[in-house]
Design a protein around this ligand. Structure first.
Ligand code: BGC
Length: 663
């Protein structure tokens, strides 16, 4: 069916949604679409007998920042596939996910919903997630398009960004994700260079004409201020239904402020969306059992938990006595290990009890005390202190949780709450054999307590199977393999956005393309933990870099050996660094990554393929991508600051040639 077959009234109605979660179906005349949140698990809203809204329980997977810390394409694909089953079970056609906005400010309340500070990592994992979801019959909704990096005054603040930065950073992750052909995309709340994202005609044109997006653009919930302006710009569907906006649209149509072709363009895309969903519905069947989906959630947590510090205290040994403390270890509600807002999922399984699981795994004595000197409440602090003194190892579970990291509000600072920092310091003083397990959705300033403790494990918002994954990492049953998808700066003042985001009207992206490690590495900042960093119980050594070139292509190969420790997974990273450039380039840019398992003493061969495009920058002089002739270094290593192998290549007349190895 096309828009031409509908009456004007029907068309206008169609592009305005039915209610909070559905499109109109005109009593079965056209297929209706059901959509639900969100990135870390299905949040299908239902009404109880009292007429109150509630979120139905569903598998709570690790949040997207944990997925990103896994650097695993396989995990991203499996997460999409498993989520499709959650949706199919509840007749949801479109999952409002994933979020691919590049992170620039660690205080953004929604960072946990986004993947990385690097567009390649974010876009690549989003591609797998979308393809996994859609290959199993459920549509994705790529969000929030675009430059959505803050919750502060989120319905009005404008992100002021130059064109090159948009293209290289903030649009790039969307461009890469679009290769998976998401059937829908959601516009952001914020303004971009003064214009609402929902009315940003240029942005929608780039999405469709340059990124090949052929789905429907949906508004974020309540992001429409002027339905007519949005429709003219190319926003197809307003969600949720708003009577005021619909009436205004009808009045504007009658006054000739919007043409039939403009209405038809939107209506046709909504019809196509509905037909695609109906088509997918026909072949849908649930493939994974709930237990199998729990296993996916656990695998992502196992691969996405990052070991940040280990002075030899980990893994814990069988028979050691352990004092576990902190709010985050106690069995409780979802909010403790997840972020808040539309992404918060009411988990489906049992609440985990970290001390209990640890006790079962280690076989020795494990005690638990809540401990934190929270908001003047002296919890069982005395017991925690006695436990810490009497046990071999002290495991403190600290973090932020949904109360601090949530949609609608940014964090106040990068540090943990004062009472948590205080508890860590006091307990570590009593027993320096202290490990902190951090449940947080974004970078944390660890400076107040890092030196007092012997180990730090970043569990992140690790989902409902996170308890098992954390204990497996602590006990060495799983060898940690997660690496940071965002830098942990030393303090918030080091973040360029710290001084440019405080104006309610405008956030000035003055650091331009130097986002995250691109900034810290270019300007020589010390950081607490660099981008791409994560420890393992094994040691890996890199050698044998070879660069084979042929015309405009290069193949980079090298070996990674597991030289000590158990079998483990290593994430190898490839960066490029232009040597002398006529435009500013960051010190390094990620161009490839691979994660693979390597048995003890064994060597894995890694290969990356590069083309001229990998060396390009966006030139505003030609309004397009350019690769300049010149020298470029290829850097291979275990993190952005742990480069093992380097080679120089030359680009001349569209051809790449190898020059020499460098050190
Ligand atoms: C959020 C979206 C979400 C929508 C529906 C909005 O407030 O920004 O990410 O999908 O609500 O819950």
């Amino acid at each position: 069916m096309t828009a031409k077959e509908l009456s004007v009234e029907e068309k206008l109605r169609l592009i305005c949604g039915q209610d909070s979660w559905h499109t109109v179906d005109f009593d079965g005349k056209i297929p209706g679409v059901c959509m639900s949140d969100g990135p870390v698990g299905l949040r299908k809203v239902a009404v109880n007998e009292k007429g109150e809204w509630y979120d139905q329980p569903s598998v709570a997977y690790p949040a997207l920042h944990v997925l990103a810390n896994s650097w695993s394409r396989e995990c991203a694909r499996e997460m999409g596939e498993a989520l499709a089953d959650d949706c199919k079970e509840k007749n949801v056609d479109i999952l409002l996910a994933p979020g691919v906005n590049v992170k620039r400010n660690p205080l953004n309340g929604r960072n946990f919903e986004y993947l990385s500070e690097d567009p390649l990592l974010a876009g690549t994992l989003a591609y797998e997630y979308i393809d996994g979801l859609q290959s199993k019959g459920v549509g994705a909704c790529l969000k929030h398009y675009y430059v959505n990096n803050l919750e502060y005054n989120r319905l009005d603040q404008s992100s002021e960004v130059d064109e090159r930065t948009l293209r290289e950073i903030y649009l790039k992750s969307f461009e890469l994700a679009c290769e998976a052909k998401p059937i829908s995309a959601m516009c952001a709340y914020n303004r971009i260079n003064g214009v609402f994202a929902s009315e940003n005609e240029k942005g929608f044109r780039i999405l469709r004409e340059e990124f090949g997006f052929d789905g429907a653009v949906i508004s974020d919930w309540g992001a429409v201020h002027d339905r007519t302006a949005c429709a003219k710009a190319g926003l197809d569907l307003e969600m949720p239904y708003s009577e005021g906006n619909y009436n205004k649209l009808v009045a504007d149509y009658k006054a000739g402020k919007i043409a039939d072709e403009e209405v038809d363009a939107c209506a046709d895309r909504v019809l196509k969306l509905a037909e695609r969903c109906e088509e997918m519905r026909r072949t849908r069947k649930v493939e994974r059992t709930v237990e199998e989906r729990f296993a996916v959630a656990r695998k992502i947590a196992e691969e996405g938990i990052v070991l940040l510090k280990n002075d030899g205290i980990l893994p814990l040994e069988k028979g050691q006595s352990i004092a576990v403390s902190g709010d985050f270890a106690a069995p409780g509600d979802s909010a403790k290990i997840a972020g808040g807002g539309s992404a918060l999922v009411q988990w489906r399984g049992e609440r985990f009890d970290l001390a209990k699981i640890l006790g079962e795994k280690l076989g020795g004595e494990v005690r638990y005390a809540r401990a934190f000197w929270e908001r003047g409440l002296i919890c069982d602090a005395r017991k925690a202190m006695t436990d810490a003194a009497e046990c071999d190892v002290n495991v403190i579970c600290a973090g932020t949780g949904a109360g601090i990291e949530t949609e609608g509000r940014d964090r106040e600072d990068m540090r943990l709450p004062k009472w948590e920092e205080e508890s860590i310091r006091r307990l570590a003083e009593i027993n320096p054999n202290t490990v902190v397990v951090l449940f947080a959705g974004s970078a944390v300033d660890v400076s107040a307590w890092e030196d007092c403790v012997a180990g730090i494990v970043l569990a992140g918002f690790c989902g409902e199977r996170g308890g098992e994954a954390v204990t497996e990492i602590l006990t060495g049953e799983v060898n940690p393999s997660g690496k940071l998808s965002e830098t942990f700066p030393c303090c918030f003042e080091d973040v360029p956005a710290s001084s440019t985001d405080n104006d309610p009207c405008v956030a000035r992206y003055e650091e331009g393309i130097d986002v995250g490690y691109r900034y810290y590495d270019t300007y020589g900042f010390e950081v607490a933990y660099p981008f791409g960093f994560g420890l393992s119980y094994s040691e890996f050594a890199y050698s044998g870099l070879k660069v084979k070139t042929s015309g405009d292509k290069a193949e980079v190969s090298f070996s990674v050996k597991n030289v000590a420790g158990p079998a483990g997974k290593e994430v190898s990273q490839l960066y490029i660094r232009p040597i002398a450039s006529y435009v500013h380039r960051p010190e390094k840019e990620l161009k490839g990554f691979v994660k693979q398992e390597i048995a003890p003493g064994k060597t894995a061969k890694v290969k990356f393929a590069l083309t001229l495009k990998d060396f390009a920058y966006y030139s505003t002089a030609v309004d397009g991508w350019r690769t300049d002739d010149g020298l470029y270094e290829i850097l291979v290593g275990a993190s952005s600051r742990d480069i093992w192998l380097q080679a120089l290549v030359k680009i001349e007349g569209g051809k790449i040639s190898f020059v020499k190895e460098t050190d």
